[in-house]
Design a protein around this ligand. Structure first.
Ligand SMILES: [Zn+2]
Length: 135
């Protein structure tokens, strides 16, 4: 028998949103002031290091740096998945904020389709015909 998941108290949701926002702002500030192409303290993708192939997140830090500096085309070239993912998350946030019907910001039924999008993106960006998707 399946029971309903526990309800999260609204105060805890607000606290989690604040922690998430502060973390995102810290990451954005770090990437904004320290160019990933010029500083070596950023983590290296172990999948790429071991296989030579690009994973779905390869180039995301450089894409974020480009986006934060207004270089949209460079961001798209470095990691299109990040650009479209951030746009989708922003649209979802706006829709979620305007609608105010409650519910989940990220329903679990979306997880499998998003994982599939990531896998398809990873496969395509490693094919010669889709080299434009590689960083
Ligand atoms: Zn990678």
């Amino acid at each position: 028998m399946r029971s309903a998941p526990p309800k999260i108290h609204p105060a805890n949701t607000r606290f989690a949103a604040i922690i998430l926002a502060v973390t995102a702002a810290g990451i954005a500030a770090t990437v904004f002031f320290f160019n990933p192409s010029a500083h070596k303290f950023y983590p290296v993708c172990q999948f790429h290091r071991l296989t030579g192939l690009n994973c779905p997140s390869c180039g995301m830090t450089r894409a974020l740096y480009a986006l934060l500096h207004g270089n949209f085309s460079t961001a798209l070239r470095d990691n299109a998945l990040l650009v479209f993912g951030l746009a989708a998350a922003a649209l979802r946030g706006i829709w979620f904020g305007v609608k105010k019907t409650g519910g989940e910001f990220f329903p679990t039924r979306w997880l499998l389709p998003l994982v599939l999008v990531g896998i398809i993106f990873a496969v395509l960006r490693n094919l010669p015909a889709f080299a434009f998707l590689s960083p």
